[in-house]
Design a binder for this molecule. Sequence first.
Ligand code: AMP
Length: 191
Amino acid sequence: MFNLVLFGPPGSGKGTQSDKLVASYGLIHLSTGNLLRKEIADQTPLGLSAKSYIDSGKLVPDQVVIGMVDSFFDQHKGAKGFLFDGFPRTVAQAQALDELLTKKNTAISLVVALEVSEEELVKRLLQRGQTSGRSDDTDESVIRKRFSVYTQETSPVAEHYQLSGKFRSIAGEGSIDSIFAGICAQIDASN
Ligand code: AMP
């Protein structure tokens, strides 16, 4: 299996690049943000409890997200690989993911981080908020909160993967196609 983590702050282009990567490499896209928004739309108990965290820019508790990923794996037993988008977001999630993958006799193959300046990120998120219908993209204070959560809770995940030599950073500014080419070059070099 080939298991890729696309890493980076909110607005760094993970969703956009994920769609292109899934089409090219036949990986299964696992976006915890998309799964949570689906739970909210379906008004499930999980969705109702997650909504207040998302609306205030905080992380949904680890055990909720890890449980969701575990059941996603159960639903995609024949996958030839996964593309993780927006997960793991804490070191505890990264450790849980390692354990879940070990149980499947596989592991993370590569982590590609998209580097984008904060000024550009705010611009992109506010622009996305005009059409995405996402409540967490329209309020600049919620956007700033998501960045501080990223710095405090998510950036240590990079060190987790640096230790295993799986971590690569690339510039996340420029055209969608040039960034995509940069990610593909990393994937092809790791295979
Ligand atoms: P995203 O679509 O990845 O930007 O996620 C939107 C929101 O969903 C985040 O701001 C969090 O509140 C929540 N979320 C998504 N993925 C995770 C995760 N792996 N851990 C905790 N919360 C998450």
